[in-house]
Structure formats: structure tokens, C-alpha cells
Design a protein around this ligand. Structure first.
Ligand SMILES: Nc1ncnc2c1ncn2[C@@H]1O[C@H](COP(=O)(O)OP(=O)(O)O)[C@@H](O)[C@H]1O
Ligand SMILES: [Mg+2]
Length: 284
């Protein structure tokens, strides 16, 4: 599989370049014991863009992420990740696909008994990356999320927001092309939530990672869509408001009863919200 991957045509690599389809759902259906959770769901995430999934609890948001990771198989339809069709892959084949996927789990889910360094380097060590290279990368990604000085702490010695940033550093350590965030700000106060949103924006705009963000916080969804990260000086990055053309690259999908109830960009969602102020209540 790895060899096959090397031999992938230049055409395919080009097709996956900026703006190309990096995650595709084509009429994906999934039921758990007769109950249809996803009913012919189709969408495309473009390389370097963000897809934001909204929906009430139980709407099927985490299920979509588990399908992308190949932890679940659909009952119908096809799923493509990075140019490969994954819905019929074996577990061995999925391991290769997962190398390009980083996941930030709901609540962060760090290993409490390991240090920040061990948590962040976990996947790299598993991939048998030499220790000095692991350390270099761990320090690099912790610097990226502004937690360089916490490398030898345990997760219990960090604040909730810091733990989420460690989870983001861990997800990005192996340089995945695609990052999946499952409710990355749940349980955090609004100010801390913004610091997480800023990391998501930095990864998208500075590291050019394609991302899927699941959230039921409209505030975070709009923040991620309507801001951008720009390089500031030699090593700095600043977050500023994105022009409309850039903001429209983030696409929202609202799930309801197994179907897509709304699909559009931030300004279209604001318009829907203006006409129907109950949307916010429905999401939480
Ligand atoms: N392994 C499973 N077996 C049966 N039902 C499940 C399983 N996983 C999820 N579900 C159900 O699927 C629905 C969608 O779940 P989920 O994707 O976790 O929702 P969300 O992340 O939007 O809150 C829920 O009704 C949930 O109870
Ligand atoms: Mg969920």
C-alpha cells in the first residue's frame, strides 16, 4: 500500500492541491439498529478549507468523523479521503490513510499518566521515528500552540484550555494533511474557546491543513470562518478579520435527523439566523 501510494500519479497529487477535493462523502448512509443516523449525506471538503458541522446532540456529527477515520463503515454510499476510496478498505489499508489524519477528540482525551512531551510524541514514537527527531517535532508543535514551557508537565497540571492545545499539538505532530476536531471548545469559557479557535485558524492558514470542525457553538463556528492567521515578523503570527472572499472558504453544514438541513457559508448562515433566531437554541 505504501509503495502504491508513492506511485500515485502526478495528476492525482495535482487534483489534491489547493482547492481540490480532499474528503468526499457521496450519498453516505448509516443506520444503527434500524435507526437511520445519516441519510444519503454528500459533501466535499476542499484542500486548505474548513468544513464546520453543526447540529444538536445525537445529530450524527461524531459519526461522520468516525467514518472518515474508518472506525465505522457506511451501509451505503462512498467515502474518499486524500484521493483514496476508503469505505471498502481493510484495517491494514486504513492505517496508511490514518497517517494523514489528525484527530482532536471531544474533551481532548490526553493520557493522564504521560507527560505533555509523551502525549504529543505518542504517534511519532509508535511510527518508530528516532527519539531526537520526536523531541524536535514535539518542541516545534508545542511552540506552535504556545506551550513550549509545559513540555515536562502532566495533563493534570494544566488548565482546560491548555489541555485542549496539547491535544491539538498531538494531532498535528505527525503532519497530517487533514485535521478533525470533535467539539474542541466544549466545556471551555468563551475567552479560552477563542484561543482554541485561533489554533484551528493558524493550522489552516499557516500550515495549510484541511479541517473538519464539529461544534454546537455558533460563536466558535463564526470566529473560525471569519478570521485568518497571517505571518507577523520572523516567527510571529497574528489573527485578523478575514476578507469576505477568504471567509467564504469555510462552509457550514447543519445536520438534522440524518439529513443536511443547511449548507452554506458564514454570511448565508447569518442570514438564516437573522430570519430564525431559534437556530441557536436548536443547536445547543
Ligand atoms: N455504536 C453505536 N451504536 C448505536 N447507536 C450509536 C452508536 N454510536 C452512535 N450512536 C447513535 O447515533 C446517533 C448519532 O451519534 P453521534 O454521531 O455521536 O452524535 P453527535 O456527535 O452529533 O452528538 C446518536 O443517536 C447515537 O446515540
Ligand atoms: Mg459528538
Amino acid at each position: 500500500m505504501a509503495v502504491q501510494r508513492e506511485a500515485r500519479s502526478a495528476l492525482l497529487e495535482e487534483a489534491l492541491g489547493p482547492g481540490g477535493p480532499i474528503v468526499v462523502f457521496d450519498k453516505v448512509t448509516l443506520a444503527f439498529d434500524e435507526k437511520v443516523i445519516l441519510d444519503e449525506i454528500s459533501f466535499t471538503l476542499k484542500t486548505g478549507h474548513t468544513k464546520i458541522f453543526l447540529g444538536a446532540s445525537g445529530a450524527g456529527k461524531s459519526t461522520i468523523l468516525r467514518l472518515i477515520l474508518g472506525l465505522l463503515k457506511p451501509d451505503g454510499g462512498h467515502i474518499f479521503v486524500n484521493g483514496d476510496r476508503i469505505d471498502d478498505m481493510t484495517e491494514d489499508q486504513m492505517m496508511v490513510v490514518r497517517a494523514d489524519l489528525g484527530m482532536v477528540f471531544q474533551e481532548g482525551a490526553l493520557f493522564d499518566s504521560l507527560t505533555v512531551r509523551e502525549n504529543v510524541g505518542y504517534k511519532l514514537v509508535e511510527q518508530k521515528v528516532p527519539p531526537e527527531q520526536v523531541n524536535r517535532r514535539v518542541e516545534e508543535v508545542l511552540g506552535f500552540v504556545r506551550l513550549g514551557e509545559f513540555v515536562d508537565r502532566k495533563p493534570s497540571e494544566l488548565s482546560g484550555g491548555q489541555r485542549r492545545r496539547v491535544a491539538i499539538a498531538r494531532a498535528m505532530a505527525a503532519k497530517p494533511r487533514i485535521l478533525l476536531y470533535d467539539e474542541p471548545t466544549t466545556g471551555l469559557d468563551p475567552i479560552t474557546s477563542i484561543t482554541i479557535d485561533e489554533e484551528i485558524i493558524k493550522l489552516r492558514d499557516i500550515e495549510e491543513v484541511s479541517s473538519i470542525v464539529v461544534t454546537h457553538q455558533l460563536r466558535d463556528a463564526f470566529f473560525v470562518a471569519e478570521h485568518m492567521a497571517v505571518k507577523d515578523g520572523a516567527s510571529g503570527v497574528k489573527i485578523e478579520r478575514a476578507p469576505a472572499s477568504k471567509a467564504d472558504e469555510a462552509e457550514f453544514i447543519m445536520l438534522r435527523e440524518g439529513r443536511i438541513a443547511f449548507e452554506g457559508n458564514a454570511s448565508e448562515l447569518r442570514e438564516v439566523q437573522r430570519r430564525n433566531p431559534y437556530i441557536e437554541a436548536f443547536l445547543s
